[in-house]
Design a protein around this ligand. Structure first.
Ligand code: NAD
Length: 488
C-alpha cells in the first residue's frame, strides 16, 4: 500500500513548509492498524498566514472582483477536477476512516462534485441584489448580499470530503474565501481537494488548508480575520465553539450530534423497514449523525420487530472496507472502538435485553465491533439518550401514537428521524409533530436542495439548499434617496 506522506500545508495557492516542521501526525488505517500516511500540523503562525491569504483573495480582483456567473464557472471547473479522481478520493476516505468503499464512492466520491455543480447553478441564477421600493415612498433601497468574509471551516472525520463541501461550495458561490481545518483522522483527502482547487485555477488564497487538532481549530475560530465559523462535529466541541463565537459576536453554524428516532406506526410495512434499516440506522458503520438509532415500536409488534432487526444486523457482512462486498467496516479509531464497546458493556451490565451483538470482536486486527441490537430499552437509559456513534440500536416499545411522538421528542437532540407507515399521509401527519430539523417518511436521505441541520443539542443554523448559500452572505441595505425633496 502506498503511503500518503505530506510535508507541507496549502496556503495562498501553494504548498508551503510549516513554520515548525517537527510536529507531524501519522494517519492509521483502521482496518489493519498499519500506517496510511502522515502530515504536518499547522502552528499559530501558519494559521495567521492562511487567514491573511484568504483575506488577500477577497481583496484581490482575481476573486473579490468576480461576479456570481464568473464564480459559477470556476466552481464547475473545480467540480470537473474533483470528478477526474473520483475513485481515488473515495478510496482515500475508506483508507482513513473505514467507510465501506461502495458508500465512499457514492458519497465521498460523487457528493462533493454534485454539491459544487448545484451551487454553481444556484450562484449563476440567484439574484444577489435587488432594489425595493421604500415603504415610506421616499425613494428606493438597494439590498445587496455581500460575502460574509473569510470562512473558518472545521470538519469531522466521518464524511470528511462531503461535509467539507457542505461548507466550501456555498461559501465559494457566495464569494467568500475559506480556511479549512480537517479532522486529524482524515486529513489526507484534504490534500486531494487542494490539488483539485489548484488544477481548476481557483485564485490563490481562495482555499487554504491548515491541518491539526483542537489547538489549531481554537486558534482559527477565534482569529480576528475570520468572518464566519462553519462547524460540523460533536456537541461538546460545538458548545465550546459557540461560546467563543458568542463572545466575539461572530456568525457560526453548528452541525452537531443526534439520537434520532424511527417511529414504526401500527401499519408500517416491516419488510420495507428492514430492507432500508442498514441505510437509515447503521450507515457508515453507525458513524453518521442523522441515523435513526432509537427504534420506536408498537408494544404488540415489539418482539417481531426485534427479531427482524436483529437478523438484519447479525447478517451484515463485516470485513475489509475496501472490499465492495463489505457492508460494515471498522470504526475510525481505537478510541472510538473502545467508546462503543463501553456503551455496549454498560447497557449489558444494567440488564438490558440483547437481541444480537456484544460478543467477541469479529477480527483480531482493526477496530471492528459486531453490530449490537438491544430490546425493551427505556427512553431514559443512557443507551437511548446518548449518541453512541457506532453500530448500536435500541428498540423502545410504545403504547399509542401520542406516546411515540412524546418519546421521539424526549431527547436532548433534534437532528433527524424517520416515520414508517403504509399510509404516507398518516406518516406525514406524525412527521409534522416530531421536533427535529429533518425527517424522512419510509426512508431517509439528505436532499442537497433543501436545508439540513438540527435543533437543541444538534446545533444551530442550516446547510444546503438556497438557505445554505444565504448563510454565507451578509445582507446590506443601501438607501437610495429620491432625486428631489418632495414638495411638502
Ligand atoms: P469533534 O467535535 O471531536 O471534532 C470535529 C472537528 O473539530 C475536528 O476537526 C477537531 O479537530 C475539531 N476540534 C475539536 N476541538 C476543537 C476546538 N476546541 N476548537 C476548534 N476545533 C476543534 O467531532 P468528531 O469526533 O470528529 O466527529 C464526530 C461528531 O460529529 C459526532 O458527534 C457526530 O454526530 C457529529 N457530526 C454531525 C454532523 C451533522 O451534520 N450534524 C455530521 C457529521 C458528524
Amino acid at each position: 500500500m502506498t503511503l500518503h506522506e505530506h510535508a507541507e500545508l496549502f496556503i495562498g495557492g501553494r504548498y508551503v513548509r510549516p513554520h515548525d516542521p517537527r510536529r507531524t501526525v501519522e494517519v492509521v488505517n483502521p482496518a489493519d492498524e498499519l500506517p496510511a500516511g502522515s502530515f504536518p500540523t499547522a502552528g499559530p503562525a501558519d494559521v495567521d498566514a492562511a487567514v491573511a491569504a484568504a483575506r488577500g483573495a477577497l481583496d484581490d480582483r482575481a476573486w473579490g472582483g468576480l461576479g456570481p456567473v464568473e464564480r459559477s464557472a470556476l466552481l464547475v471547473r473545480f467540480a470537473d477536477a474533483l470528478e477526474m479522481h473520483l475513485p481515488e478520493r473515495a478510496a482515500l476516505t475508506t483508507l482513513q476512516n473505514g467507510m465501506p468503499i461502495n458508500l465512499a464512492l457514492a458519497t465521498e466520491g460523487a457528493d462533493p462534485v454534485g454539491l459544487l455543480r448545484y451551487y454553481a447553478a444556484l450562484a449563476g441564477t440567484m439574484p444577489l441584489e435587488e432594489t425595493r421600493a421604500r415603504l415610506d415612498g421616499l425613494g428606493r433601497t438597494l439590498v445587496t448580499r455581500d460575502p460574509v468574509g473569510v470562512v473558518a471551516a472545521v470538519v469531522p472525520w466521518n464524511f470528511p470530503q462531503t461535509l467539507t463541501m457542505f461548507k466550501l461550495a456555498p461559501a465559494l458561490a457566495a464569494g467568500c474565501s475559506v480556511v479549512l481545518k480537517p479532522a486529524p483522522e482524515t486529513t489526507l483527502d484534504a490534500y486531494a481537494l487542494a490539488d483539485a482547487a489548484r488544477c481548476a485555477g481557483l485564485p490563490p488564497g481562495v482555499l487554504n488548508v491548515v491541518p491539526g487538532g483542537a489547538d489549531v481549530g481554537e486558534h482559527l475560530i477565534a482569529h480576528p480575520g475570520i468572518g464566519k465559523v462553519a462547524f460540523t462535529g460533536s456537541t461538546a466541541t460545538g458548545r465550546r465553539i459557540g461560546e467563543v463565537c458568542g463572545s466575539l459576536l461572530r456568525p457560526v453554524s453548528l452541525e452537531l450530534g443526534g439520537k434520532s428516532a424511527a417511529i414504526l406506526l401500527d401499519d408500517a410495512d416491516l419488510e420495507v423497514f428492514v430492507t432500508r434499516l442498514a441505510k437509515v440506522s447503521l450507515l457508515n458503520n453507525g458513524q453518521t449523525c442523522h441515523l435513526s438509532t432509537r427504534i420506536l415500536v408498537p408494544r404488540a409488534r415489539h418482539d417481531a420487530v426485534a427479531e427482524a432487526v436483529g437478523a438484519v444486523a447479525a447478517a451484515l457482512a463485516v470485513g475489509d472496507p475496501m472490499d465492495p462486498a463489505t457492508e460494515l467496516g471498522p470504526l475510525v479509531s481505537r478510541r472510538q472502538r473502545d467508546r462503543v464497546e463501553s456503551c455496549i458493556s454498560e447497557a449489558k451490565a444494567v440488564g438490558t435485553s440483547v437481541v444480537t451483538g456484544g460478543g467477541p470482536r469479529p477480527r483480531d486486527r482493526g477496530w471492528f465491533v459486531s453490530p449490537a441490537v438491544f430490546a425493551d430499552v427505556d427512553n431514559g437509559a443512557p443507551l437511548a439518550r446518548e449518541e453512541v456513534f457506532g453500530p448500536v440500536l435500541a428498540l423502545i416499545p410504545y403504547g399509542d401514537v401520542d406516546e411515540a411522538v412524546r418519546i421521539a421528542n424526549d431527547s436532548p437532540y433534534g437532528l433527524a428521524g424517520t416515520v414508517w407507515s403504509s399510509d404516507p399521509e398518516h406518516g406525514l401527519a406524525v412527521a409534522r409533530r416530531v421536533r427535529t430539523g429533518t425527517i424522512g417518511i419510509n426512508d431517509y436521505s439528505i436532499d442537497v436542495g433543501a436545508p439540513f441541520g438540527g435543533i437543541k443539542a444538534s446545533g444551530l443554523g442550516r446547510e444546503l439548499g438556497p438557505e445554505g448559500l444565504a448563510a454565507f452572505t451578509c445582507p446590506k441595505s443601501i438607501y437610495l434617496a429620491a432625486n428631489r425633496p418632495s414638495a411638502d
